[in-house]
Ligand binder design. Structure first.
Ligand SMILES: [Zn+2]
Length: 365
């Protein structure tokens, strides 16, 4: 029981590593992509279908679950795992990212963030303590610190203030955390695009000896090259014996480059969001299945993909479902897209284990 991270192999040409993150609900073999199940569901697919994609850890959102159905109901069901019928590891974010995205609806103070619920208009006061209480009630294996996520672009002085506040809030999160044996609290490195602020934040977080660390505040509109630079300078400062999670990133190139800098975990809404727009990822490319070229294409989406969608249906059928706005279309495309991103990280893991990562994935680095 409890938590541990074991590094199994290190790449000899980059900082990439393959590891095993143990949680009370099982193992996560890293590097690994985590699908997002915002409201205790990965949209459109069942827990059994999700398991078949190779998913080992699933993310859910504190902010959304607090608004609906409320953490008391999830706790009453026996926690998030039982509520949604998912037996493997889970992670909840802190709600910080969502609250800071509500630019019109919030007031930020040292105490926390006060915002008007977009659901019913009531005022909600989300503080570091409250975020941890909610996450303790939800019961995911990994919970995240409540952080201030500055927008991009932002003035250096504003980002510096947000980064320092994030540290003070982290100290409050650590004090508020009640379920140390069952839930690992990860700290989040902020610092915007200012690399010296990132390094300083990572150093002060590393000193707290947390069970894991995340790099947050990326993928908020900045160019991909900046994400790469941020990760490249930040990841090596984080303790090597702890898992590292890059929040909100899930494209081939960004994941491959982040893994080369020593990142272990990723999450992104892309696979399910794109599925709802009829878009699939095949070999890292984006295809829109509504296009006429697929109407009479009776080949599988990707003959080399082991997913249920690729094994059983043609591009013509998927094109038909998408054009007809059939629910099954969203389901089948989500199954494929999630499988695709997880397989990409699994293939990288295999390559790291045999020390062929930079050679085999050179096109993405
Ligand atoms: Zn597939």
């Amino acid at each position: 029981m409890g938590f541990s991270f074991k590094c199994q192999a290190r790449c000899s040409h980059s900082k990439a590593r393959a590891g095993i993150f143990s949680t009370p609900h099982g193992l996560v073999e890293t590097p690994k992509f985590m699908p997002v199940g915002t409201l205790a569901t990965v949209k459109g697919i069942t827990a059994a279908q999700l398991e078949a994609t190779g998913a080992q850890m699933v993310l859910s959102n504190t902010y959304h679950l607090h608004l609906q159905p409320g953490e008391a109901i999830v706790a009453g069901a026996g926690g998030l795992h039982r509520f949604m019928g998912w037996k493997k590891p889970m992670l909840t974010d802190s709600g910080g990212f969502q609250v800071f995205s509500l630019s019109q609806l919030r007031k930020i103070t040292e105490e926390g963030v006060i915002f008007r619920s977009p659901r019913d208009g009531r005022m909600i006061n989300l503080t570091p303590e409250r975020s941890i209480q909610i996450q303790n009630a939800l019961g995911a294996d990994v919970i995240m610190a409540f952080d201030e996520c500055p927008p991009y672009p932002a003035e250096r002085s504003d980002v510096e203030a947000a980064t320092e506040r994030t540290y003070r809030w982290l100290e409050r999160c650590i004090k508020a955390h009640q379920r140390l044996d069952e839930q690992a609290l990860f700290g989040i490195v902020q610092g915007g695009v200012y690399l010296d602020l990132r390094v300083r934040a990572a150093e002060s977080l590393a000193a707290l000896d947390l069970p894991g660390y995340a790099i947050g505040g990326v993928s908020v509109g900045e160019p991909a090259e900046l994400i790469h630079q941020i990760v490249e300078v930040t990841a090596p400062v984080l303790p090597p014996e702890k898992p590292r999670y890059l929040m909100g990133v899930g494209t081939y190139r960004e994941m491959a480059r982040a893994i080369a800098s020593g990142i272990d975990l990723f999450d992104c809404v892309i696979p399910t969001r794109w599925a709802r727009h009829g878009t699939v990822v095949v070999g890292g490319e984006r295809w829109n299945l509504k296009n006429a070229q697929y109407r009479e294409d009776f080949t599988p989406l990707d003959a080399s993909c082991p997913c249920y969608t690729c094994q059983n249906f043609t591009r013509a059928y998927l094109c038909h479902l998408v054009r007809s706005r059939e629910i099954l279309g969203y389901t089948l495309l989500s199954i494929h897209n999630i499988t695709e991103l997880i397989r990409f990280t699994e293939k990288i893991r295999e390559a790291i284990l045999s020390d062929r990562f930079t050679e085999e994935f050179a096109q993405w680095l």
